[in-house]
Design a protein around this ligand. Structure first.
Ligand code: TEU
Length: 558
């Protein structure tokens, strides 16, 4: 098998809990994924990334693992997993799993033992610190889901660190035994035949050992980054992981690295450094942050988006590799956030797909994105299930923010927007379950669903299928270098990809109105051939363009 196969791949992210339920439990399962493999093969994707399916009390929907070697019975059995892996492989689809090793669940045996005393085998598996003289926590860090990042445990007379929920204690990577145990666990899954890992918050595993306080004005929920992001030994640990495990298998790795800039990303992904293949950066996710961070009603600016994407495309050229994504299980739906989810839903969803999929890197499609799914607006905030959303609601209420602001920011940013069940058809239960779904359906399911998309040749689904096909057919999509066109245009994001004499020209309008777009002369004089557009009757030749709302075009110049 080719070594850098992941450079040519398109990844499809499955949130197992919400994909397809075969038992009537209301929770998606592994057999449901097996059942839908042919749908994914038809779409043309190469790799599935599965969110965590390990044993877990599901406080954070699986990002709190209580046994790394067991499948959560809610999702099925180890045999179901082996069957899924085998059936996927037969269809030429690879499977990567989520590796959550910054923290475990507090129900993990290691943590139970670690909490008992200061002198047993697992005592140093987690990060324990004595209280300050006045009994308070070792630092002022806040945890991601609200409240302090330290919790006191009577039996040890100490605090433990949890950057996320208190049920997610952070592992102590300074301890070589912890690292060895993790590497062995990774080998277990590779020996089973999986094709790689998406590494959860991997940029947080090495904490500064001088334990600094966060500045008072740091956004509360992010204060922990001060002492934990891209910490002093993170590259040493990842290189060690590479040597001990990753280098022994032909697999792919993608690190989730919030708060990592493009220079740091080179350190993670430069092939010579032998760490990871690529990382998920968050710079475009931060463009619509407001005074309270992620949960805001701010809208991104096109100029910022273009700057950020261009920076990452350019910086990593020849020095690393990009992951390309608009959304995932932590983010709202792309078409609501970056497009227009009412009048131009299909057009703008296709435009966004075009913009991203023609860039250099490995594209990720989050389940339902290929249908153009939108954010949901549950009537009552009580319908939201996500621990982050609930934490934000409590925090905003305590701050005295108006109800209207709380609702609006949750409608726009809640992780539950991405987590409603996959709509397989327009029936009452969406073809997802025969029981009661663990979270409400999106009210759109009657119209936006797999069946209706497959019947409609103009659907977002078929546009994504074409984008995936182009990547397979044209080496310029995989290997071409990136260059901006008209870097300051107020409505349109245009860029080229270049490989040898070939040029791919990608023009995407973010406007709800018609815009006249003037190409640089050398392009408008060339004889480009139209490859794909999100309107029927786009001009076949590349010269000055009148772009309709959210029009996206791809031309090839040979
Ligand atoms: O997310 C890490 C992360 O960066 C979160 O803080 C993210 O910013 C937040 O969800 C955005 O709203 C990963 C997982 O993807 C997420 O689902 C987990 O909850 C988290 O780690 C803890 O494991």
């Amino acid at each position: 098998m080719e070594k850098d196969w992941w450079k040519k791949s398109v990844v499809y992210q499955i949130y197992p809990q919400s994909f397809k339920d075969t038992t009537g439990s209301g929770i998606g399962d592994l057999n449901g994924i097996s059942e839908k493999l042919s749908y994914l093969a038809d779409l043309g994707i190469d790799v599935i990334w599965l969110n965590p399916i390990y044993q877990s009390p599901l406080v954070d929907n699986g990002y709190d693992i209580s046994d790394y070697f067991k499948i959560n019975p809610e999702y099925g059995t180890m045999d179901d997993f082996k069957r899924l892996l085998n059936e996927a492989h037969q269809l030429g689809i690879k499977i990567i799993m989520d590796l959550v090793v910054n923290h475990t669940s507090d129900r993990h045996e290691w943590f139970k033992k670690s909490s008992e005393s200061r002198d047993n085998e697992y005592s140093d598996f987690y990060i324990w610190k004595d209280p300050k003289e006045d009994g308070s926590a070792p630092t002022n860090w806040g945890s991601t889901f609200g409240g302090p990042a330290w919790t006191y445990v009577e039996s040890r007379g100490q605090y433990y660190l949890h950057l996320f929920a208190k049920e997610q204690p952070d592992l102590n990577w300074e301890n070589p035994k912890v690292r060895k145990t993790i590497y062995d666990m990774m080998k277990f899954w590779f020996e089973l035949g999986i094709d790689g890992f998406r590494m959860d918050v991997i940029s947080l595993i090495s904490k500064r050992q001088d334990w600094p306080d966060a500045p008072d004005d740091a956004v509360y929920s992010k204060s922990y980054y001060i002492g934990a992001s891209n910490g002093p030994r993170v590259h040493e640990f990842l290189h060690e992981m590479y040597q001990e495990v990753l280098s022994k298998y032909n697999i792919m790795t993608v690190g989730e690295t919030a708060n990592t800039n493009s220079d740091q990303a080179i350190l993670y992904t430069h092939p010579d450094r032998e760490e990871l293949n690529m990382v998920f950066h968050f710079d475009h996710m931060h463009l619509d942050y407001g005074p309270y961070g992620k949960f805001s009603d701010v809208r991104f600016k096109l100029s910022d988006l273009r700057d950020v994407m261009t920076e990452w495309q350019s910086k990593l050229e020849g020095r690393g590799w990009n992951s390309l994504y608009w959304s995932n299980h932590d983010q709202p739906r792309a078409v609501t956030r970056f497009g227009n989810d009412t009048k131009y839903r299909a057009e703008s969803a296709k435009m966004l797909g075009t913009l991203l999929h023609m860039m250099k890197g490995t594209p990720y499609i989050f389940q339902g994105e290929e249908l153009g799914m939108r954010n949901v607006r549950f009537d009552s905030l009580d319908h939201y299930k996500d621990i982050e959303t609930i934490g934000v609601k409590n925090d905003f209420e305590a701050k005295g923010l108006p109800d209207s602001y709380i609702k609006k920011s949750i409608f726009l940013k809640s992780r539950d927007n991405a987590r409603t069940p996959m709509p397989w058809n327009g029936s009452e239960k969406s073809g997802f379950t025969t029981g009661t779904p663990w979270i409400d359906f999106s009210p759109d399911n009657g119209t936006i669903n797999v069946e209706s998309c497959l019947e409609d040749k103009d659907s977002v689904y078929y546009h994504y299928k074409q984008l995936i096909r182009l990547r397979k057919e044209l080496p310029v999509v995989v290997d071409g270098t990136y260059a901006l066109i008209n870097p300051t245009d107020s409505d349109v994001y245009g860029y080229m990809r270049m490989l040898g004499k070939q040029k791919l020209v990608v023009i995407c309008s973010f406007s709800e109105h018609k815009v006249n777009y003037r190409l640089p002369e050398e392009l408008s004089r060339s004889s480009g051939k139209l490859l794909l557009s999100n309107y029927h009757d786009t001009k076949k030749k590349l010269d000055d363009l009148t772009l309709r709302p959210y029009e996206a075009v791809i031309y090839l110049i040979d």
